[in-house]
Design a protein around this ligand. Structure first.
Ligand code: GLU
Length: 373
């Protein structure tokens, strides 16, 4: 097959997974990191900017424990303790490989959900890059519990690519890219070099993770690619264990799979509502409200709501469901679920009387609402 060239890029986010940083059972190892570091150094010398997203804190922490007994199922506090032990080890091993400084950024879902924090994170990354420092990002596993987590570093890397306005996201995997089937099981599986549109069929060929100390697998890499490409960021999956991957990238050649960026990337706010905000509940609406939202660009008013599901707060993202149980829109709730239950089906002018306060006429304002594809 003909060579595919990488798109021109200035700023890239590189995601390196636990199986590369801390191959299972051995703790942090420079084994695979040397060629990644070499790639980063040469790219920086060429005037490019790199943000590194590195996993491996939990795996590195685990490697320091004695009497491991092969046990890899941990309680949340145990995992958080391991991350706390491993994170400095992770920073230490990366720092050793560069003669410029590395800076640690630990992110929680909060920095993605909250626009102010999002902008703060962006400013910090920009400042670090200006100072010729390599930002190294990981999830703040030590303080995040599940509902406050991004959960896996593939999706985290996509968020970081959006936050830092990168033009390329490089996800280093332990296989060559996306295959038509699991290459470990099916010898006839072929490497897919280029994905133009991420649809159901692409998700169907991605399996789960086999590493108990990491999250993710091909599935989360596709999710990450979907998030990044929707914002116009080319995403590639390469084999991070092969030096040739990095040699090729330095020559501008694609060594794995490329997910093409969307031609007309979605606006920042729409992207944020679609990809950054987790859905915390749903409201089911009547046909009139559905039509007004889909055909007339209307906001969601209390009168169209039939039922409210879930426990959510003002400011959380919720989905709007039609009578056929199809979710067709998503937006930011102006009222808590408990208040919505009291005003559903009512006219907006009755809100004050029923609740004793008035936040807005709309349940979801049109400016905070997106139509799902
Ligand atoms: N943040 C986790 C760690 O550093 C890894 C999560 C992941 O592998 O995606 O161990």
């Amino acid at each position: 097959m003909d060579k595919i060239f990488l798109p021109e890029w200035k700023r890239a986010v590189i995601k390196v997974g636990s199986s590369i940083v801390a191959p299972f059972g051995t703790g942090c190892s420079t084994n695979y990191l040397l060629s990644i570091a070499q790639f980063i150094i040469e790219s920086v010398h060429k005037g490019k900017e790199i943000v590194l997203v590195s996993s491996g804190a939990v795996a590195a922490g685990y490697s320091t424990r004695q009497n491991k007994n092969g046990n890899t199922s941990f309680s949340i506090p145990e995992k958080q303790a391991l991350a706390s032990i491993g994170q400095p080890l992770l920073m230490e091993i990366w720092s050793r490989l560069f003669d410029f400084r590395c800076a640690q950024i630990l992110i929680t879902y909060d920095a993605i959900k909250n626009r102010n924090r999002f902008i703060n994170a962006r400013n910090t990354i920009n400042e670090l890059l200006k100072l010729n420092v390599l930002p190294i990002v990981n999830e703040n596993d030590t303080v995040s519990v599940d509902e406050l987590k991004v959960g896996d570093n593939d999706n985290l890397a996509a968020h970081v690519a959006v936050i830092s306005e990168a033009d390329l996201l490089i996800i280093c995997s332990d296989i060559d890219g996306l295959f038509s089937d699991n290459p470990n099981k099916n010898k006839k599986a072929t490497l897919i070099k280029e994905v133009v549109k991420i649809d159901k069929s692409i998700y169907e060929i991605a399996g789960g993770s086999s590493n108990p100390l990491a999250r993710g697998g091909m599935y989360t890499k596709i999710q990450a690619a979907e998030k990044a490409t929707a914002r116009g960021i080319s995403t590639i999956i390469v084999n991070g264990k092969k030096k040739e991957s990095f040699d090729e990238m330095l020559k501008g050649v694609l060594p794995g799979t490329i997910f093409k960026p969307k031609n007309n990337p979605v606006a920042a706010k729409k992207h944020w509502i679609t990809h950054a905000l987790k859905t915390c509940g749903t409201v089911t609406v009547d046909e009139g409200a559905e039509k007004a939202i889909l055909k007339k660009g209307a906001s969601l008013l209390p009168s169209g709501i039939i039922s409210v599901e879930g426990n959510f707060s003002h400011g959380d993202a919720i989905e709007i469901i039609n009578k056929e149980n199809k979710s067709f829109a998503k937006g930011i709730a102006q009222y808590d679920s408990s208040d919505m239950l009291k005003i559903k089906g009512l006219k907006s002018k009755d809100i004050q009387t029923v609740l004793g306060f008035f936040q807005s006429e709309e349940i979801i304002h049109r400016n905070d609402l997106i139509i799902l594809e």
